[in-house]
Ligand binder design. Sequence first.
Ligand SMILES: *[C@@H]1O[C@H](CO)[C@@H](O)[C@H](O)[C@H]1NC(C)=O
Ligand SMILES: *[C@@H]1O[C@H](CO)[C@@H](O)[C@H](O)[C@H]1NC(C)=O
Ligand SMILES: *[C@@H]1O[C@H](CO)[C@@H](O)[C@H](O)[C@H]1NC(C)=O
Ligand SMILES: *[C@@H]1O[C@H](CO)[C@@H](O)[C@H](O)[C@H]1NC(C)=O
Ligand SMILES: *[C@@H]1O[C@H](CO)[C@@H](O)[C@H](O)[C@H]1NC(C)=O
Ligand SMILES: *[C@@H]1O[C@H](CO)[C@@H](O)[C@H](O)[C@H]1NC(C)=O
Ligand SMILES: *[C@@H]1O[C@H](CO)[C@@H](O)[C@H](O)[C@H]1NC(C)=O
Ligand SMILES: *[C@@H]1O[C@H](CO)[C@@H](O)[C@H](O)[C@H]1NC(C)=O
Ligand SMILES: *[C@@H]1O[C@H](CO)[C@@H](O)[C@H](O)[C@H]1NC(C)=O
Ligand SMILES: *[C@@H]1O[C@H](CO)[C@@H](O)[C@H](O)[C@H]1NC(C)=O
Ligand SMILES: *[C@@H]1O[C@H](CO)[C@@H](O)[C@H](O)[C@H]1NC(C)=O
Ligand SMILES: *[C@@H]1O[C@H](CO)[C@@H](O)[C@H](O)[C@H]1NC(C)=O
Length: 423
Amino acid sequence: MNFWILLSLTLHHTCSVPIGYIAFASLVSTNSSQPTTMNGTGEECVCIMLFSSNLFAINSFFNNTCQLFSNANIASTTFTLVIDPNSRVFYRDEAIFYDDGEEYTTNTPEMTTTVPCALVNPPLMGTTIFGLENGTSGSSLSTLKAPWGITVNSDDSLLIGDNTNNRVLYVAPNATTGQKVAPSSGSLYARRAYFDSSYLNLYVVDCDRCQMTRYFNGSLTKTIVFSPSCGTNLTQTGKSASFVIDSNGSFYVADNVNHRIMLWPVNATVGIILAGETNISGNDTQHFRNPQDIVLDELAGVYYVADTNNHRILRFFMNSSDGTVVAGGNGAGTASNQLYSPCGLYFSKKNNTFYIADTSNHRIVRWCLGCSEGVTVAGSCNGASGTSAYQLAAPTTVTMDKTESYLYVADRGNNRIQRFDIN
Ligand SMILES: *[C@@H]1O[C@H](CO)[C@@H](O)[C@H](O)[C@H]1NC(C)=O
Ligand SMILES: *[C@@H]1O[C@H](CO)[C@@H](O)[C@H](O)[C@H]1NC(C)=O
Ligand SMILES: *[C@@H]1O[C@H](CO)[C@@H](O)[C@H](O)[C@H]1NC(C)=O
Ligand SMILES: *[C@@H]1O[C@H](CO)[C@@H](O)[C@H](O)[C@H]1NC(C)=O
Ligand SMILES: *[C@@H]1O[C@H](CO)[C@@H](O)[C@H](O)[C@H]1NC(C)=O
Ligand SMILES: *[C@@H]1O[C@H](CO)[C@@H](O)[C@H](O)[C@H]1NC(C)=O
Ligand SMILES: *[C@@H]1O[C@H](CO)[C@@H](O)[C@H](O)[C@H]1NC(C)=O
Ligand SMILES: *[C@@H]1O[C@H](CO)[C@@H](O)[C@H](O)[C@H]1NC(C)=O
Ligand SMILES: *[C@@H]1O[C@H](CO)[C@@H](O)[C@H](O)[C@H]1NC(C)=O
Ligand SMILES: *[C@@H]1O[C@H](CO)[C@@H](O)[C@H](O)[C@H]1NC(C)=O
Ligand SMILES: *[C@@H]1O[C@H](CO)[C@@H](O)[C@H](O)[C@H]1NC(C)=O
Ligand SMILES: *[C@@H]1O[C@H](CO)[C@@H](O)[C@H](O)[C@H]1NC(C)=O
């Protein structure tokens, strides 16, 4: 019976043979007064990620953190385990479990420098505010297919870049049915859409045609604003670009495949490269590898970039093309000082705190400016995806309402928009 789905990620597990074997959930007590006692008498094997459809992740040791132990820490330890009626796992004693049935070849256990993944406790439960809770896709006006971007307008209405349905949906506050606001016909590979301050102009980048398009006052007919074709020169963007508008109406474009950030001043037909080098990727602070999101802090004169395939967030002063790593940058992984292909970014100016759509880890990470590690606020620490209320699947965008009471997540792999109450 293959009850467990086992994930062993990039944490450096230095194991010999598994100890204590949690075979089936049915063998674990659900009564906290009668915890199940597990063996911990073998050699160490730690940070094996366990989860199943019935259990909250067991990748935690102390206080919901994932830590690596040397042999000495856990040899001959007995520990107990209880599953509560809501199917979350609690621990007793300071020990571990594992499992996995697989053999590990190294027997040179060591402490590592990987930082434990910290998780908010208890986990936040999301509410599906648009799309189907069970993750099923659809193309009606109340379902989604691989939504990429979400914008929360000041009145709490939404714009959803319903990517694979080739449309942008407008959703009135609390509505469960949307209205198609772009395009009139044909495909529109939309990641993100924004209204300008008048709410009359809707801007969208058509990621297949590499065009910035404008839809005026509810018209479904597009006007091309700039970049009439895909390419690498200064009048063009590559495919899958994303953007943000500043208070003056200028566009800051994360030009994904060209590995560069561009500024298109108001009414400009030629862009300016702010950072990166066209078609040259790299992992130093002057280069990107597929940057996919950008946010502005105009007062501070900086912008932040989700440098997706370098697994990090970079900060740039407006007048400098040399950035600073402010989150991640420690390789791909699930540890709290790591990210794994983050595609989306929100920056809370109230708090100087980032919320990061850590896409390939299927989680949202909160990371304060100046911190060397983050906290998982939605999803789990084990790199697993799922459709449960606390889970996500390849989230691509995270944003907040104007009061910053709620996190909104484009839960792309689950074809739904989730909202988390963070207060
Ligand atoms: C849990 O265990 C305690 C102590 O053994 C027992 O008194 C109680 O009835 C059990 N509760 C349930 C729901 O089985
Ligand atoms: C440890 O596990 C083994 C195999 O399941 C079992 O035979 C043994 O009794 C256990 N020891 C303790 C102390 O629970
Ligand atoms: C777990 O959390 C409690 C309360 O916050 C704290 O007292 C304890 O030291 C923590 N244990 C570990 C191993 O971090
Ligand atoms: C998901 O939910 C919808 C609406 O309740 C339902 O029609 C559909 O069959 C469900 N899909 C699955 C796979 O359960
Ligand atoms: C939306 O629902 C929330 C409660 O879920 C309520 O407080 C709010 O007033 C509603 N907004 C509108 C515009 O109906
Ligand atoms: C926008 O459209 C509405 C209704 O279609 C119309 O009443 C209004 O005059 C239009 N505004 C502008 C500035 O065109
Ligand atoms: C950019 O490339 C397009 C298409 O090849 C060309 O029409 C345009 O003149 C080029 N612009 C510049 C500034 O090189
Ligand atoms: C917006 O325009 C004003 C006036 O031209 C200028 O001072 C300011 O720097 C601009 N802001 C940005 C973010 O470009
Ligand atoms: C941009 O173009 C529009 C329409 O041509 C014009 O009304 C506006 O003044 C221009 N803005 C700037 C900053 O040049
Ligand atoms: C971009 O770089 C790749 C790999 O170096 C190269 O094959 C390709 O021709 C370049 N594209 C352009 C438009 O320069
Ligand atoms: C950056 O790239 C170089 C060369 O490919 C590699 O040796 C180095 O480990 C990378 N650094 C990080 C932090 O990924
Ligand atoms: C500010 O950020 C910290 C973490 O960096 C968080 O714990 C706290 O809840 C935040 N406060 C508000 C008001 O959002």
